[in-house]
Write a new protein. Sequence first.
Length: 89
Amino acid sequence: MAKRADSAIMMVVILILGALIGTVIGEVIAVMAPGGMLEKIFSKGINPGLSPPATLDLKVLSLSFGFTVKINFSSLLGIGLALLLYRKL
């Protein structure tokens, strides 16, 4: 059972790293080709999340929770490559 949990954690870590690396590569491509079609393809995307953040005010303690995820073509490519890498491991 522990091996399955370790495997799931490893897959999540690899997917997050793939998304991060893909996003960084997309941003570099966007900087190298400003205003062009490559910038539109690799850097523009959707940003689902909580905006503005949800706030719980208890008068003694105030908690805020929010998150935003930036999904673009390059991050999806990074996730796809990370999945391929995970299957090879």
